[in-house]
Design a binder for this molecule. Structure first.
Ligand code: GCU
Length: 417
């Protein structure tokens, strides 16, 4: 009986191995479509979009100190290795925040308890930063759900541009679905990156650089991404004063250059309990050593103001870098990190972004968070959540959409339950 049964099972198994269900096939691990690879390669022929042309490389070991000591405990990570890596990123990639003293004030310039048809309370907060007679204002827009029990968790978006976060909600865009965020019981907050530092190369004269930089600019002086990240921290300073906001549950969200920014914001400021980097690409989650899509050389040429000038040393010289982006993810451990990609956005290297998360896993495990993130990528449009790490590849092009946000909120629900 038993033997017969076993035979039956093995026949079924064999048959199922022979038969490839088309639906199951669609569930396979994500790969770039050959047509997309070809199209993008033609449009930017000096960059690599072919997986088989990715050069061989060895990632710097996230769990070995500069003196060659293995990191075997959370204490060694926290006291030695994390500090080393943080310094390496300050020195070589994003730059150092100056120690210039400044003052900061919060003014509630508008409150509307009946915003979004009564669903939310709108608070418009001016965060004024002053130093030696000069000042700058970060305009923070915050909606708090009226129905939810306080304090509530919040999503803070680093908005690119200025028109997209209309506090009056006449202009609504998918990149900041404030109504949907409120609907799910979270606070929706946003500020524009340009308030902190305009996104142009003017030799660091405008924005917060014009206010806080002193003396001759050093090769490790902060770039614009570090400035935007600093701006996110000033919003966090405000949240800590607002009783409606649960300061232990604040997620910082950014798309593209904003995605690079949030990874660095979370590294520099442990008060963010979740970091969501949407299609952050080169200088964000994507492993630089893969040299797939955008490269260190190209990003430093096209956007000379984003990073510190030391980063330029690694133009076409990635092997000399003492860090790669799995270490940036690791700086956020054991807090929650969500990285995303888009199917047609090979410029931002989906696989390289996923592998960064994967290679940060040993640090999350060392810090006693359970994660079994596999090395293989999930299928298209199927987010993978493993402990504090999450990832998805959405169909379509480079963008931040409601679909992405819904998955972020699912992850938040799972993490903050
Ligand atoms: C460019 C740049 C990317 C960046 C993107 C964006 O495409 O090369 O690195 O992420 O702009 O911010 O939209």
């Amino acid at each position: 009986m038993k033997i017969k049964y076993l035979c039956g099972v093995s026949i079924i198994l064999m048959l199922s191995l022979l038969y490839v269900d088309p639906a199951a096939q669609a569930q396979e691990s994500w790969q770039a479509s050959p047509a997309t690879v070809e199209r993008l390669s033609k449009s930017r022929s000096e960059f690599n979009y072919y997986e088989d042309k990715v050069p061989a490389f060895t990632l710097p070991d996230v769990l070995t100190t500069e003196k060659g000591k293995k990191v075997t405990s959370p204490a060694i990570w926290k006291n030695i290795r994390r500090e080393e890596i943080l310094e390496l990123f300050r020195e070589n990639v994003y730059g150092r925040v100056p120690a210039t003293p400044y003052t900061k004030t919060f003014s509630l310039i508008n409150v509307d308890k009946n915003a979004m048809g009564g669903a939310a309370t709108l608070k418009q907060v001016d965060i004024t930063i002053s130093s030696e007679g000069k000042s700058l204002v970060i305009h923070l827009t915050l909606f708090v759900p009226n129905k939810a029990e306080k304090p509530v968790p919040a999503f803070l978006l680093i908005n690119l541009g200025s028109k997209n976060i209309d506090p009056l909600r006449q202009l609504k865009v998918e990149s900041w679905p404030a109504e949907e965020i409120i609907d799910r019981g979270y606070a929706a907050a946003a500020f524009s990156n340009a308030d902190v530092d305009p996104d142009n190369f003017d030799d660091f004269k405008d924005g917060i650089h014009g206010l806080l930089d002193r003396g001759v600019r050093q090769p490790d002086a902060w770039g614009t991404i570090a400035a935007w990240a600093w701006g996110a921290s000033r919003c966090m300073d405000y949240f800590e004063t607002d009783k409606d906001i649960n300061r232990k549950k604040v997620a910082v969200v950014g798309h593209s250059r904003g995605g690079k920014t949030v990874l660095w914001a979370g590294a520099e400021d442990k008060r963010f309990s979740m970091v969501i980097a949407n299609e952050s690409g080169c200088g964000g989650a994507a492993l630089a050593l893969r040299r797939f899509g955008e490269t260190v050389a190209r990003i430093n040429t096209a956007f000379p103001h984003w990073f510190c000038s030391n980063y330029k040393k690694y133009r076409s010289n990635e092997d000399a870098m003492p860090v790669d982006m799995h270490m940036l993810i690791a700086l956020n451990a054991p807090r929650a990190v969500y990285v995303t990609s888009a199917d047609e956005d090979l410029w931002a290297d989906p696989r390289g972004s996923y592998l960064s998360l994967y290679h940060a896993v040993p640090v999350f495990r060392l810090l006693k968070t359970t994660t079994n993130l596999p090395e293989t990528m999930p299928p298209l449009n199927k987010p993978v959540i493993s402990g504090r790490l999450a990832y998805h590849v959405r169909d379509g092009v480079h963008n931040l959409l409601l679909k992405d946000w819904n998955w972020f909120m699912d992850f938040a629900e799972y993490t903050w339950k």
